[in-house]
Design a protein around this ligand. Structure first.
Ligand code: F6R
Length: 613
């Protein structure tokens, strides 16, 4: 979703802004723009499409090229259209009537139509965006102090914003404000950065200030001063983050998605490290912030998430019910936030999110908190809003995930959910020996994941064989049903091939009507307690002559009787199977998408961090 970068300091702003935008490309966008203050005048370029188009346009216009921009302060933006089509006029930055004010904005100004009417005919609007209205609103309130004008404007606004503004009359000041859309300020040596997340600043500084909702930062040569919307000065020191630029690099791989799939055996160890206790057959996640007495009082668990994170949550449901005997439901955040959930102070709610910024998940968690639940986060991005707003929780330690399609975060979410289920299980009812078996299996899982990744070449050949098909079913039962959902989502979002996932037993209740020799099925049929049931479902598919790819456990020679296309994976405990069985599906989606020439890391229409509802 939209990305913001701002810079003020001693260096040339333009390269920093453009490199910063590149770092934010993973979020998804459809147009881009930049404005740099150059000898009292803003020099602005905007263009539809990729950042490379923006750079080409600057070269055409000789901006930053032969004529050069010597400005040391500027803002830049990647836009993911909400209000108004994908056009150059709608791309940010937007300016006021005088051209002295420039702003970039993420989020949605809900009352922009009323505000536009109030501003009246005195203002000339050049775009269809809510952001431009905000620029004119700030203009109408400007009396020589940009921060005060921004504060006054925001008092009239209903909606969400991550906003960065500059004014030509105040050439050494940037103002940034946040409500609902993330913003981080990077603190360097007499130079400052502001961005939607830390990735544009990691090359320059690891010292950051995460703005909270309702905060405004005034960034100038005097440093960073933070205010609330009531104009009170806040004391908010910077903190050091431990991600650095190299962890956010492709490291020689063709795509971030492949790198992140290959990273999985390493990052799963980071999720488990120091949290498993072999002798007691349990896990200790300090971030739970609950005493054993409080844990005993928990009578049910709700897992809230969107998309891939919700499929990880489904695996968590099996784990909580099987290991801890706690009734567990998985709620799609966008539904939960507008429902009437029955919640009490015996309910434990986990919000699961890679970005920690997903607007629906955040709103659902706030709702659960308001209703008295214990609310905890399972989050990847350090310092993200969900991580900060929940009363505890756990980082999944997957490292920066830059491909839009989530892979390694899914695995580490499952890892953390399994540990929470185990911790509750051992407090509630689980025998030490069972706990120890699970811990042992978890400690071996990284090696088995590595072994599974060696199937990549075989899967590439299969992807080629199957790449002409237009429709797919993914089937699994028990813990492998969420795996089927995830495999299907990966295929459709990366390759744009239509695909649906069902529990194996559901096929004959309708979907089986679609099966034909043109409709392949990916069936997860590993050796677990539902093996015989799943095998019967696969037989039913074979009888309808649908092409079959089967994920089977090593040594299951009988799988070959059902299809010539069998992918053999290492055996593990049933609850851990998703950590293995998802890998071939990720690789299948990846290789298929590459073969079809798709933009694998940035599939069309998608955004990495979905900060609007
Ligand atoms: C799919 C994918 C999305 C996200 C979803 C939630 O590959 O990445 O479905 O899982 O948008 O995002 P987070 O986990 O950031 O809350």
């Amino acid at each position: 979703m939209c990305g913001i970068v701002g810079y003020i300091g001693k260096k040339q702003a333009l390269p920093i802004l453009l490199n910063g935008l590149k770092r934010l490309e993973y979020r998804g966008y459809d147009s881009a723009g930049v404005a740099v203050l150059n000898e009292g005048l803003f020099q602005t370029t905007r263009s539809v499409g990729k950042i490379d188009n923006l750079v080409a346009k600057m070269q055409d216009e000789k901006i930053g090229g032969a004529s050069g921009i010597n400005g040391t302060m500027g803002i830049a933006h990647t836009r993911w259209a909400t209000h108004g089509g994908v056009t150059e006029e709608n791309a940010h930055p937007h300016k006021d009537c005088t051209g002295n004010l420039m702003i970039v904005h993420n989020g949605i100004i809900e009352n922009y139509r009323e505000l536009k009417e109030d501003l009246g005919k005195k203002h000339e609007f050049k775009s269809q965006t809510d952001t431009e209205v905000l620029a004119h609103l700030i203009e109408s309130l400007y009396k020589g102090d940009l921060r005060l004008a921004v504060e006054a404007a925001l008092a009239k606004v209903r909606g969400t914003y991550g906003l960065v503004a500059m004014h030509a009359s105040e050439p050494t000041k940037i103002v940034a404000a946040r409500l609902g859309s993330p913003l981080v300020v990077g603190v360097g040596d007499k130079e400052y950065y502001v961005a939607s997340d830390t990735s544009p600043m990691l090359a320059h500084t690891q010292q950051v200030i995460f703005l909270d909702d309702g905060e405004i930062a005034e960034i100038s040569e005097h440093g960073v001063q933070i205010y609330n919307l009531a104009d009170e000065r806040l004391n908010k020191p910077s903190e050091k983050i431990d991600w650095d630029e190299t962890t956010a690099e492709r490291q020689g791989h063709d795509h971030f998605m492949l790198k992140e799939i290959l990273d999985q055996p390493t990052v799963i160890k980071d999720a488990l490290r120091g949290r498993l206790v072999e002798s007691d057959g349990t896990a200790r996640l300090g971030g739970l912030n609950m005493t054993e007495e409080e844990m005993h009082k928990i009578k049910r668990v709700i897992l809230i998430a969107c998309g891939t994170a919700s499929y990880a949550a489904l695996v968590g449901k099996y784990a909580f019910e099987r290991l801890a005997g706690l009734p567990t439901t998985v709620e799609i955040a966008s539904e939960f936030r507008y429902s009437d959930p029955v919640i009490d102070n015996h309910t434990l709610v986990f919000g699961i999110s890679q970005s920690g910024e997903t607007a629906d998940t955040l709103a659902a968690l706030r709702e659960a908190k308001r209703k008295g639940a214990f609310v905890r986060g399972i989050v990847n991005v350090v310092g993200s809003t969900i991580a900060r707003e929940t009363d505890g929780g756990t980082y999944i330690h997957a490292g920066p995930e830059l491909a839009v399609a989530s892979t390694k975060a899914f695995m580490n979410m499952i890892g953390v959910l399994l540990m929470y289920a185990l911790q509750f299980g051992r407090v509630n009812r689980l025998a030490v020996a069972t706990g120890q078996r699970l811990v042992k299996a978890m400690l071996q899982i990284s090696g088995k994941m590595k072994q599974t990744l060696e199937l990549s070449d075989q899967i590439k050949i299969l992807a080629k064989k199957y790449s002409g098909y237009k429709n797919y079913f993914f089937l699994g039962r028990g813990v492998n049903y969420p795996v089927a959902l995830e495999g299907s989502l990966k295929l459709k979002e990366c390759s744009y091939i239509h695909s649906e996932a069902y529990p194996g037993g559901e096929m004959k209740h309708g979907p089986i009507a679609l099966l034909s020799p043109d409709f392949p099925v990916m069936a997860i049929m590993t050796k677990n307690q539902l093996y015989d049931k799943m095998r019967s479902n696969v037989e039913e598919i074979k009888a309808r002559q649908a092409p079959l790819i089967i994920i089977a456990t090593e040594g299951d020679d009988k799988a070959k009787e059902l299809s010539e296309d069998v992918i053999y994976v290492p055996a593990t405990m049933e609850l851990l199977e998703p950590l293995i069985n998802t890998i071939p599906l990720q690789l299948f989606a990846y290789h298929t998408a590459v073969m079809l020439g798709r933009d694998v890391d940035r599939p069309r229409n998608l955004a990495k961090s979905v900060t609007v509802e």
